[in-house]
Write a protein that binds this ligand. Structure first.
Ligand code: MRU
Length: 335
């Protein structure tokens, strides 16, 4: 995402990938909110940056009074409920702006967004280094959805681990699930992996259990959208199933995420709001339709993996191990 202070942002429309690299110039709050809802911009850490940028756009286009900025923050946060980074970072940006006089607020918000983008890049690199140290040389990793640079404004979280492990000669291969129904794995993760020259294999979601059972995968590594205080973690729907199968076969299931993705206000996974999306996303893709029109569909965008199935969280501050209540509390005290 390119920030253009006082004007707006330019971002890569992820719904057009991998066939087209379409850049969108967004100049108002409605435009960036639409881009978030439609997953043109997506992934928990990048949604944090999108939230901060959207508030800066609100200050530049709508006004900088307390009421105007608070209303804009509510509107931005309401676009997607599960990824906590969107709310955490938008609220932090709002607090920074409200601490200044109205004249200074637009400048403060653009500076906040710029600093956050730089911080994200550094955090991803740190996550990648900490995570790669866990990967035994010659290992293959399985990932789900897209937790790459497209989702973070850096090198990625789960894919940051994959990238650094590859740079260090530890990684043999990355397996990527296609990630039904919106195909973030097939369209986005495979796009990133092939551009980076990392050996990559795409699989249907339904083949993941037998792949893990075959012993070809040494680790399952994903990102997360919100991690509760006890370590229960929401991520793209299907993650829970992967973690359960990984546990069944003794394969460590690891989550790579920055500390902005931890939500101490959620005691456990039961408090994490799960976004449900339209039935049309399950019954077809783009212009292609394969389910009869008008039918119902069960379409949660995320699921919650219980903490007991998670071997470790890789953060920018290092690796958190069970018991997670203690290790998460300690890490967040340094945030
Ligand atoms: O619906 P999406 O594509 O925004 O879901 C994204 C995910 O589930 C990612 O795995 C998560 O945000 C981590 S991104 C580093």
């Amino acid at each position: 995402m390119r920030l253009e202070p006082a004007r707006g942002v330019t971002l890569l429309d992820q719904t057009a990938l991998p066939h087209e690299e379409r850049w969108l110039a967004l100049r108002d709050v409605a435009g960036i909110c639409e881009a978030i809802r439609m997953l043109r911009v997506r992934g928990a850490p990048l949604l944090g940056l999108a939230g901060a940028a959207a508030l800066a756009i609100a200050a530049s286009t709508r006004g900088t009074s307390n009421a105007e900025l608070e209303a804009a923050a509510d509107e931005i946060i309401a676009t997607r409920p599960t990824a906590v980074d969107l709310a955490t970072v938008t609220r932090k940006a709002l607090a920074a702006a409200l601490a200044e006089g109205e004249e200074q607020r637009a400048g403060v918000l653009w500076a906040f967004a710029g600093a956050f983008a730089a911080q994200r890049a550094a955090e991803d690199r740190a996550i990648g280094e900490h995570g790669a140290a866990l990967i035994a040389p010659g290992s293959a990793v399985l990932t789900h959805c897209n937790a790459g640079g497209l989702a973070t404004a850096g090198i990625g979280t789960a894919l940051g681990v994959v990238r650094v492990a590859f740079e260090q000669g530890r990684l043999a291969r990355c397996y990527a699930t296609e990630t039904r129904p919106l195909l973030q794995g097939a369209r986005l993760t495979m796009w990133e992996l092939t551009r980076a020259g990392i050996p990559a294999t795409l699989l249907p979601d339904t083949a993941a259990a037998s792949l893990i059972a075959s012993g070809r995968v040494a680790y399952v590594v994903t990102g997360a959208d919100r991690i509760a205080a006890n370590g229960d973690a929401a991520n793209k729907v299907g993650t829970y199933g992967l973690a359960a199968v990984a546990a069944r076969h003794g394969v460590p299931f690891v989550i790579a995420a920055p500390l902005t993705t931890f939500d101490p206000a959620c005691a456990d996974g039961g408090g994490i709001p799960i976004e449900f999306r339209a039935a049309e996303e399950v019954g077809g893709f783009g212009d292609a339709r394969w389910a009869p029109p008008g039918g119902e569909a069960y379409n949660p965008a995320f699921d919650v993996t219980p903490a007991e199935l998670i071997a470790a969280f890789v953060t920018e501050r290092g690796v958190l191990r069970p018991p997670f209540e203690a290790s998460i509390t300690k890490a967040l005290a340094q945030r």
